[in-house]
Design a protein. Structure first.
Length: 225
């Protein structure tokens, strides 16, 4: 009997420190679900690639900049950064052990294996908010893709990251002239204002067209030099 492709199949289900995380297959797609909330799937990746490219282009001719990627997800952002020889060190902070395992030896490994083994890549198992508050490292770019956007977070605690104090912490880990790029499932004029008020400059929003509904966007902002 052939399984129906209309019915998602759970490949792994984990209970972690932030709740339930599920990896499932729906037809040819792999999907990540957190606490019952759809996070992302392997259907496209355009917005994740734009997230990385927009940050790189905003840096200009800076040689071998290092990048901090917040959230491993299905691996599109990491894979795209690793495919670009212009990047120097690539650090990915992911708080869910399950997601890291799915990339190391699970169903997502086929998408990211070459990127994870790239000598420039380091995977850090940590909550991003704690990481940006405590690390002594600094980066040329910080690409955030840990939520569905500043107005639609996966867990309540993530709200702090998009607040003035959270953005101050993001600025702290950026080098002068460094770029913050934030993925969002919808535009957020209010968040643009928060970026300006937090001291960022050159704030703008780039849209990623979608087949239906409101376009995905990437919010771009630059720490003053």
């Amino acid at each position: 009997m052939t399984a129906s492709y209309d019915i998602p199949v759970v490949l792994d289900r984990r209970e972690g420190p932030y709740g339930e995380v599920v990896l499932r297959r729906h037809g040819e797609l792999l999907q990540i679900i957190a606490n019952g909330c759809f996070l992302m799937d392997t259907s496209d990746g355009r917005s994740e690639r734009l997230l990385v490219d927009a940050a790189r282009e905003a840096l200009g001719p800076r040689a071998e900049p290092n990048v901090l990627i917040g959230g491993l997800g299905v691996g599109f952002s990491l894979a795209h950064a690793a495919a670009d020889p212009r990047w120097g060190a690539i650090t990915v902070v992911e708080r869910e052990r399950a997601i890291i395992d799915w990339h190391l030896d699970g169903a997502l490994a086929a998408l990211s294996a070459y990127a994870i083994t790239d000598p420039r890549t380091e995977i850090v198992e940590r909550d991003l908010i704690a990481y940006v508050n405590e690390t002594s490292d600094t980066f040329d770019a910080l690409c955030l893709d840990i939520d569905n956007g500043p107005d639609w977070t996966v867990t309540e605690g993530n709200d702090d990251l998009y607040s003035p104090s959270g953005l101050t912490s993001c600025a702290r880990v950026l080098k002068p002239g460094g770029v913050l790029a934030v993925w969002s499932a919808q535009p957020s004029p209010e968040f643009e204002g928060t970026l300006w008020n937090a001291g960022f400059q050159q704030v703008r929003t780039e849209e990623i067209p979608v087949a239906r509904g409101v376009p995905d966007v990437v919010h771009i902002a630059v720490r003053p030099g």
